[in-house]
Design a protein around this ligand. Sequence first.
Ligand code: AMP
Length: 191
Amino acid sequence: MVVILFGAPGVGKGTQAEILSQKLNFGHVSTGAAFRHAIANETPIGKIAAQYVAAGKLVPDEVVARIVEETLVRPEFSKGCILDGFPRTRVQAESLDAILLSLKREIHSVVNIKVDNSEIVKRLLARGRSDDSVEIIEYRMDVYNNETQPLLDYYASRGILFNVNGLGTVDEVSSRILTVLRIRGIPVVAL
Ligand code: AMP
């Protein structure tokens, strides 16, 4: 079972994915974290990704697909996994469909975490990551609006898109997400 956590930068996808992966006993795949790790370790993928991540630009689709495919075939992700920060473009969404088809798996639900723009900027500035300066945040929001947000229609048309209010405490938001997933039939293993 694959659950996609969707939303603009700063809505709390990473935090929520971490909590959900424990509650559902699913693997957590964060492409952003995978790139930061690859960059820190100066791997071949890290060397390609570094300039894009620093500028808040999307890493080219074929590089992203490679890192996702290498991850999803690993046994710890066979039962279930939460995708955080992927897909971000139509091409990535289509390559995810192809990867899952070859693995005989499918997207169970796409959970869209919704937070107002002004709140998002506040949260990102408070986070203080090196790609969280005002300029780069604005750039990443534009990229999200132009490239990523249109995917909501792609998933809504399949009937697997669910919106969740991302305002409130971390616990409030995770219990909203868990409620959606429980209603959709995913067992919650930890309280
Ligand atoms: P995140 O941790 O999800 O905010 O991602 C941090 C940065 O990693 C992004 O600004 C991009 O440069 C890169 N990145 C992460 N996921 C993707 C993706 N699916 N496609 C392209 N670039 C990505």
